[in-house]
Design a protein around this ligand. Structure first.
Ligand SMILES: Nc1ncnc2c1ncn2[C@@H]1O[C@H](COP(=O)(O)OP(=O)(O)OP(=O)(O)O)[C@@H](O)[C@H]1O
Ligand SMILES: [Mg+2]
Length: 367
């Protein structure tokens, strides 16, 4: 899985981008504010339909431009083309996959599995469970194809149950219908998440061992409700307290991955650099796991890799990435920071983003 062509128009400060990346390592250098992160953001929007920088995609549209158009081509037989367009005047994204104008977002996500490692990535450890749940569900989604349907049904049932909880007087029959749905799909989601987790765990441990040989670190999956009881029983018994709170307190929407060191939350103990290595191990392990189970490579977007990693760790990270034979887009202010990181026979393309006029930049191939 690799991008052979990217064509971006109207994205942030980047003048029309036409990029033919290497199937393996692509290093994008440039001064602060030149547009390196914007380039990764463009690939992220193309593959995920959303930015990692803003909730409102209109901010990614170039100032004074009416729209942003992102196009990409993935290697394969046949090739896969992807397109995303966002008009300033229209909230909805227009998506295209293999020429199909009615493509759904999940199809784009499925076609181009992406993993992002950026300076915010350590929030995966310290932030709310939502980010870790997203990480977990990304893994399950890409290997278990019925997961998305379950996830949607669960979300729908949860929405209805929450609406009933807030309505005041509960209609027991109506509540029973949505609780039944929620319990059924929630239990099934847990079966898939938990199966994925037990297969993923050894891959994570093996990856972490290379990056950060640290004893006592453990990763657990918590399903979001009492281990000993069925979801149906939990929902039924917590109706009164859920009604007081106005939402469903337990269920698959509360699932989490817990990362601890000797029983303490890892985020309380690890240095920032160490946290970044743990997160890197999680993200690299996702790609390795996908490779082993689905024989698919994911594409890595790595923003500002050298930040916070010392030379030795940077080297280990690059080695792991290289061994995975996947495509990566890596930004760095100084291209020299990654100069000797790769084997001589690995295809490496160097790009440079340069300010040219009135706050706009150009992407060019560098030697
Ligand atoms: N909608 C927009 N239209 C035009 N320019 C924009 C828009 N949004 C942001 N910019 C500008 O685009 C530039 C791109 O910033 P970006 O974060 O991509 O740079 P960078 O190369 O990653 O910098 P750093 O090395 O500091 O991380 C910034 O100078 C910013 O002011
Ligand atoms: Mg940046």
């Amino acid at each position: 899985m690799s991008l052979t062509l990217l064509n971006f128009q109207g994205l942030r400060n980047l003048l029309s981008v036409e990029m033919t990346p290497s199937s393996r390592i692509n290093v994008i250098s440039g001064a602060n504010g030149s547009g390196k992160t914007s380039l990764l953001e463009g690939i992220h929007i193309l593959g995920m339909g959303r930015s990692f920088r803003t909730r409102q995609l209109k901010h990614a549209i170039q100032a004074d431009e009416p729209q942003m158009t992102l196009y990409g081509r993935l290697a394969g037989e046949p090739e896969v083309t992807l397109g995303v367009r966002r008009l300033r005047a229209q909230r909805e994204l227009e998506l295209r996959l293999r020429g199909d104008k009615n493509a759904r977002l999940a199809e784009l996500v499925e076609a181009m599995p992406l993993q992002l490692i950026n300076p915010d990535a350590f929030r995966l450890l310290e932030g709310s469970p939502a980010g870790r749940r997203e990480f977990l569900d990304w893994g399950v989604f890409h290997v278990k194809h019925d997961f998305l349907g379950m996830w949607k049904r669960t979300r729908r049932a949860l929405k209805h149950r929450n609406a009933l909880l807030r309505r005041g007087r509960i209609q027991p029959q109506e509540m029973a219908v949505w609780e039944h749905e929620l319990a059924m799909w929630g239990e099934q989601m847990d079966v898939l998440r938990s199966a994925w987790f037990s297969d993923f765990l050894p891959v994570f441990e093996e990856t972490l061992k290379v990056l950060l040989p640290l004893s006592g670190l453990s990763l657990h999956y918590a399903r979001g409700w009492d281990k000993e009881r069925s979801l149906a029983a939990v929902l039924h018994d917590s109706r009164a307290t859920d009604q007081q709170m106005g939402f469903t307190q337990q269920g698959p929407q509360r699932a989490d991955l817990r990362i601890r060191i000797n029983k303490q939350p890892a985020v309380e103990v690890l240095s920032r650099g160490q946290q970044k290595l743990v997160v890197s191990a999680l993200k690299l392990a996702q790609g390795r796991f996908l490779e082993r189970t689905a024989q698919r490579h994911c594409i890595y977007l790595i923003d500002d890799l050298p930040a916070e990693l010392d030379a030795q760790n940077r080297h280990q990270f690059c080695q792991l990435l290289e061994d995975m034979q996947c495509q990566a887009f890596i930004t760095s202010v100084e291209p020299s920071a990654l100069k000797n990181a790769w084997h001589t026979d690995t295809p490496v393309n160097m790009f440079h983003v340069k300010h040219i006029k009135e706050g706009l930049s150009n992407l060019e191939r560098a030697s």
